[in-house]
Design a protein around this ligand. Structure first.
Ligand code: X6L
Ligand code: MG
Ligand code: MG
Length: 160
């Protein structure tokens, strides 16, 4: 059994309903139990593509799946919610990213764990710090990765 953390995001459609449905789908999947759920945060779009604001959240799961199986499950749930991959880094109904998988580090085809950019993204770190302040990423506490990042436009909306 492994404790893993996932980042969820949406900036198209009924964003909150999609994130709720995605969490329910993960919890209903065999070999996955959702154990921690952050608040919902509205966050400014980050990256090179102009697009609307996101709702982001993080969850913790206990899983018997392998990292690749958990990644593939997230990708399947994204597709179930109409995710299209038209524009790289563009708007999406649902994004499910594997952030951490126990103490595992791996770098394979399309699967890098810990997520290589998570320590630079306030929209990941703020919800993650809420549910797992004890975690370290790259040997440093999440809160220390947040120092120097702009969190001023990240708004806690409330429970998911
Ligand atoms: C230069 C080049 C600077 C690329 C930044 C940043 C690319 C973030 C992709 C980048 C660059 C991303 C979300 C988002 C996206 C999200 C919020 C990405 C993938 N996903 N903004 N932008 N939340 N707030 O979930 O993270 S696109
Ligand atoms: Mg993402
Ligand atoms: Mg993704």
């Amino acid at each position: 059994m492994t404790e893993a953390y996932l980042g969820l995001g949406s900036n198209l459609g009924d964003r909150a309903a999609t994130l709720r449905a995605a969490i329910a789908a993960l919890d209903a999947s065999s070999g996955v139990r959702v154990t921690r759920i952050s608040s919902l945060y509205e966050t400014p779009p980050w990256g090179p593509v102009p697009q609307g604001p996101y709702l982001n959240a993080c969850i913790g799961v206990e899983t018997t799946l392998a990292p690749r199986q958990l990644l593939d499950l997230g990708l399947a749930i994204e597709r179930d919610h109409g995710r299209e991959r038209a524009v790289r880094w563009g708007p999406r109904t649902l994004d499910i990213d594997l952030l951490l998988f126990g103490d595992t580090s791996l770098d394979e085809d399309g699967l890098i764990v810990p997520h290589p950019r998570m320590a630079e993204r306030a929209f990941v770190l703020v919800p993650l710090a809420e549910i797992a302040p004890e975690l370290t990423v790259g040997g440093e506490a999440i809160a220390s990765h947040l120092v120097g990042l702009d969190v001023s436009d990240i708004a806690k909306i409330g429970p998911i």
